[in-house]
Ligand binder design. Structure first.
Ligand SMILES: [Zn+2]
Length: 126
């Protein structure tokens, strides 16, 4: 049994990377055994860790950016967007991002911009 133990992870199938995360061992693909030639298993673990790291990276980058407007008018507008029942959450996220970006480039939310955003809060055709 000892001869079959994976030399990279020591047989537990997991390794710790530089980010302090636990990943499936790349040498044995989580089986803890040396010389496992299961191709299906390999395909699954090949895509999994990179996808895991990518989504983790995206989350970190998202955190660095502001996720809510800093001005009173911008925050008020974003609240209206968030509480709007006719918009999808994707549209809400996009509008709030637009408010933040507008604020960043203009320093404040103008009446014109507020009107433009509020127009999109109404159901189409009204
Ligand atoms: Zn291993």
């Amino acid at each position: 049994m000892a001869a079959d133990t994976c030399g990279v992870c020591g047989g537990d199938g997991r390794i710790h990377n530089a980010f302090g995360l636990t990943n499936t061992c790349p040498a044995c693909h989580g089986t803890g055994r040396r010389g496992d030639h299961d191709t299906v298993f390999r395909d699954v673990t090949k895509t999994k860790p990179s996808h895991y790291l990518q989504s983790n990276k995206a989350k970190t980058e998202e955190k660095k950016k502001a996720d809510w407007p800093g001005t009173f008018e911008g925050g008020h507008l974003a609240t209206e967007v968030r509480d709007c029942s006719t918009l999808s959450s994707e549209t809400k996220a996009r509008l709030i991002r637009e408010i933040i970006e507008y604020e960043e480039s203009h320093g404040t939310c103008t009446q014109t911009f507020s009107r433009k955003v509020r127009k999109q809060l109404r159901p189409p055709g009204k």
